[in-house]
Design a binder for this molecule. Structure first.
Ligand code: SAM
Length: 199
């Protein structure tokens, strides 16, 4: 979901590796703000990424902060490290891939161009009172196309990454601000905004 390297060498499936430290930073703040996470068992990463040289960022970051979540992973790429590879999340019901599985949280950095479809599908699939958490550009909020949907489905919380995130090996950043957007299925409360601390 980065705009770095957009253009000729842009990966067909919009594959970028999210820095684990930024996910950990978010998760620590999320954990501090929630006392309902002891009920969480099943977490789904529907675009889990990873490849020969890179771990899957979200499952690895989760292990560093929460040790007892059962994280299921899928990805459309066959060279991903996901347990369920070659799967188009938007074309398959999660119950076909994982019978009797109901995610408590669906959590990922989705492919940029498909982010809205990922969010809508995830909100259908997560349990009531469960969370859909997506890394998105801050200007996700500003689109005319999404305005109506957003007004009816305001995020429960937004955690802004105040330091620009780097999706490249050389540590370069693009000129885009990111945030972890949290939807709570069934909740209509006002959006809470958090600015993450960086040391
Ligand atoms: C921005 S990358 C993020 C990867 C990983 N979540 C991370 O944060 O490092 C998006 C991922 O979505 C996968 N992807 C793209 N379209 C998909 C689809 N329709 N269904 C499932 N995965 C998809 C790509 O292969 C890629 O691994």
């Amino acid at each position: 979901m980065s705009s770095t390297n957009r253009g000729t060498d842009r990966n067909k499936f919009d594959y970028y590796v999210t820095p684990q430290k930024d996910i950990v930073n978010f998760l620590e703040a999320f954990k501090r703000n929630h006392n309902d996470l002891e009920n969480v068992k099943n977490v789904l990463d529907p675009s889990a990424g990873g490849d020969q040289n890179n771990e899957m960022s979200y499952p690895e970051a989760i292990k560093k902060v929460y040790f007892n979540w059962n994280v299921e992973t899928l990805d459309i790429r066959t060279d991903s490290r996901a347990k369920h590879k070659g799967i188009d999340y938007l074309k398959r019901n999660i119950s076909e891939i994982l019978p009797d599985y109901k995610p408590d949280i669906i959590f990922t950095n989705p492919p940029f161009n498909l982010a809205m479809d990922f969010i809508k599908k995830a909100l259908n699939e997560v349990r009531t009172d469960g969370y859909v958490i997506m890394l998105l550009r801050l200007n996700f909020l500003g689109s005319k196309d999404r305005n109506k949907w957003l007004k009816n489905n305001m995020p429960h919380e937004i955690y802004v990454h105040s330091k620009r995130m780097s999706f490249t090996k050389n540590g370069g950043t693009d000129s885009v601000e990111y945030a972890h957007f949290v939807w709570k299925k069934g909740s209509k409360s006002n959006t809470k905004l958090f600015l993450l601390d960086y040391k």
